[in-house]
Design a protein around this ligand. Structure first.
Ligand code: 13P
Length: 393
């Protein structure tokens, strides 16, 4: 049995004990209030492993490659280079990403969509095994996507809790060691208290279920870039969101040492005329995190959210200019894949060049994790923003 972890799950409640019972015919004795500690104790069988997995992912100079686009979203990626969205093309693309030699030096984990977790390469090797041999831990997206939230201001909620425990147990058997659940918060649409509460509660239930079945949960309430608000408004919303998320994580006895976070950086809305420098983004984002995230959490793995490849890397670099209480790193999809797709174009003769392009981006972000990145010599295309209004995953 793994070590008992009580830090996140302790609850101290006061209660009345002893002499308060009134017996018939007897004089009532004044009740003496006593404080009794009632501990909701975590004793998960996977606790030690969860801590180890989270630490491995949050190891110096490494971050996560997010390749967990649903089939529909992967179709958008393929369409951008003129490829049809079918299983063979998705396999070819994911194979490129999962078999790039040397990637494990910069990438500690890769998040997959269910199709890829059970998929083999064209020569019959499981993608999961390719990753493991490259020193990369396999992860799995477990949410079932966003749907409208009735009663809200046109906002959404994230589905996927029904049957989650049996799915995560099966994913663990297939080799997954961590998971992702992405829900979103829209600033221009509110966000309403209802939407934030629903997002936070869903993330907390998901996290508890994952830990119970051996997967480190990545907790991702994405505050969308959409909107013309300034950076101060983003800070205000992000603080509110994370305070609710941590409240419910604690209520659900989630062990903080065995989770990873995937926040959005605190930036102005995509349509805000006032732009922020990497130093400002770093200052706001770290301020928000220091106010809301306990140091027990091992890693903060940012999403890129539509920033250009270089912008996402520069912002991460700025956040690593002085020591942080947590490993501050990346879990990028678009900001790691864009140059790769443009280089590959679906042509076998471009395969090696595309793998090199992936290594270039992975190495740049690895340097940014260590605070040692410079954008000098970066290609023009890597500086092009990828924000799409109302983007859905
Ligand atoms: P982006 O880096 O493209 O925002 O994607 C990260 C991700 O996995 C969203 O859930």
């Amino acid at each position: 049995m793994a070590a008992v972890a009580m830090s996140a799950g302790m609850a101290l409640k006061s209660s009345f004990c002893g002499a308060a019972v009134q017996q018939s015919g007897a004089t009532a004795v004044a009740a003496k209030p006593q404080r009794v500690a009632m501990f909701a104790v975590r004793a998960g069988g996977y606790d030690e492993e969860l801590v180890k997995t989270a630490k491995t992912i949050a190891s110096p100079g490494r971050g996560i490659l997010a390749i967990d686009e649903s089939n529909a979203t992967c179709g958008k990626r393929l369409a951008s280079i003129g490829l049809e969205n079918n299983e063979v093309n998705r396999q070819a693309y994911r194979q490129l990403l999962c078999t790039t030699p040397g990637l494990g030096e910069y990438i500690s984990g890769a998040i997959m969509f269910e199709e890829t977790l059970y998929q083999s390469t064209s020569d019959g090797k499981l993608m999961v095994d390719c990753l493991k041999e490259g020193g990369i831990l396999p992860g799995i997206k477990v949410d079932k996507g966003l749907v409208p939230l009735p009663g809200s201001n046109d906002e959404s909620w994230c589905q996927g809790l029904d049957g989650l425990a049996s799915r995560t147990a099966a994913y663990y058997k297939q080799g997954a060691r961590f998971a992702k659940w992405r829900t979103v918060v829209s600033i221009p649409n509110g966000p309403s208290d209802l939407a934030i509460t629903e997002a936070a509660w869903g993330l907390a239930r998901y996290a508890a279920i994952c830990q119970d079945t051996g997967l480190v949960p990545i907790v991702e309430p994405e505050v969308l870039l959409d909107g013309s608000h300034g950076i101060d408004r983003t800070l205000e919303v992000a603080e509110k969101v994370w305070s609710k998320v941590f409240y419910f994580l604690a209520e659900n006895n989630v062990m903080f040492e065995g989770i990873l976070l995937k926040p959005s950086m605190v930036t102005p809305g995509a349509e805000c005329p006032e732009r922020a420098t990497p130093e400002q983004v770093a200052e706001y984002t770290l301020r928000m995190l220091k106010r809301r995230v306990p140091p027990a959490v091992p890693g903060i793995m940012f999403l890129s959210g539509g920033q250009s490849e270089v912008e996402a890397t520069l912002n991460l670099n700025a956040m690593n200019q002085s020591p942080n209480p947590w490993h501050v790193s990346f879990s990028y999809a678009r900001a790691l894949q864009n140059s790769v797709l443009k280089t590959w174009k679906g042509q076998p003769e471009n395969l090696e060049a595309a793998k090199k392009a992936l290594l270039v981006r992975a190495k740049a972000n690895s340097l940014a994790q260590l605070g040692k990145y410079s954008a000098e010599g970066e290609a023009k295309e890597a500086k092009e923003g990828m924000f799409v209004k109302g983007y859905t995953y």
